[in-house]
Design a binder for this molecule. Structure first.
Ligand SMILES: C[S@@+](CC[C@H](N)C(=O)[O-])C[C@H]1O[C@@H](n2cnc3c(N)ncnc32)[C@H](O)[C@@H]1O
Length: 270
């Protein structure tokens, strides 16, 4: 069970007997930072949603396009990437710095694999940091000294909650958590959210499968996803299925199943 995809020993604190969100997502994206238990979880998800890999790929592509929009169109230079995931191709700092060379990014993730792998890959130039923390504790993160070394809270900060809020249960108050982060950044700061969406007929079965293998995965309605943006000016095209979020070329075919399982958008704090 504990055999790592690339043969390495797992970092301290990593539980190789329980599937993790970060590692299962890495397996879906074709990375190497996962274990047999994560691959088994993905196989279970694939039984109810054969397009599950495409769901992850749609999300990761939307993350890249969203960051390009934030840096390129909105001129944002600071990013707080909450639930950032294991580093893979086109991480937030790489996309942002390709457009804004002095862009600064703080990554936050709860998974013990993430800091170990991220630190090895991040540039050692003071433009990025990774904090191992639980985003459900905004006060801890917002008071973290490493955050304040990188981010200037007098200037706009993009708050990224990409493919993470659906892993928060209703009783964990995901909207209140979003509000806490938005309350800490100045007006003009964008919020970027992507989220599992319940409007597809395939959503209920996949939601059940996620709960079975990972214990989380709440598919919320378009209205519920839009409500995260209260207090912001929602940017065109609004909250939409991910293939329609800042597409590089217009979509010319109907959505596949995978295309309708997640939605997202960007709003700018008033
Ligand atoms: C599906 S991945 C998304 C990664 C990246 N944002 C993306 O969209 O490509 C969700 C990430 O959130 C992390 N995560 C889950 N619960 C968390 C929490 N309470 N605090 C911080 N990170 C969390 C997981 O470890 C995982 O890396």
């Amino acid at each position: 069970m504990g055999e790592h995809e690339n043969g390495d020993r797992p970092p301290a604190g990593v539980d190789v007997e329980r599937a993790s969100i970060a590692r299962a997502y890495d397996a879906l994206l074709g990375g190497t930072d996962h274990f047999a238990v994560d691959r088994a979880a993905v196989a279970e998800l694939r039984k109810v949603c054969p397009e599950i890999t495409d769901v992850a790929v749609h999300n990761r592509r939307a993350l890249g396009r969203g960051v390009r929009h934030l840096a390129g169109e909105l001129g944002i230079r600071q990013f707080l990437d909450l639930g950032s995931g294991l580093p893979t191709a086109q991480n937030t700092h790489q996309v942002a710095q390709s457009l804004v060379p002095d862009a600064r990014v703080v990554y936050v993730d709860i998974d013990p694999m993430v800091p170990a792998h991220s630190r090895a890959l991040l540039p050692d130039d003071g433009s990025t940091a990774v904090i191992a923390a639980d985003l459900r504790e905004p006060e801890t993160i917002l008071g973290h000294p490493d955050l304040h070394k990188i981010i200037d809270f007098e200037e706009p900060v993009a708050v990224l909650l990409v493919a993470i809020l659906h892993h928060l249960h209703d009783d964990e108050d995901p909207r209140g958590i979003v509000e806490a982060y938005l309350g800490a950044v100045p007006p003009g700061s964008p919020l970027f959210v992507t989220h599992f969406c319940s409007s597809s007929p395939d959503a209920p079965a996949l939601e059940k499968a996620f709960h079975g293998v990972l214990g989380t995965g709440r598919f919320r309605s378009m209205e519920e996803i839009r409500a995260y943006f209260d207090g912001t000016d929602l940017q065109p095209p609004g909250v939409v299925y991910l293939p329609d979020l800042y597409p590089e070329v217009p979509r010319i075919r109907d959505f596949t199943v995978a295309g309708r399982l997640m939605a997202g958008g960007i709003g700018v704090r008033r």
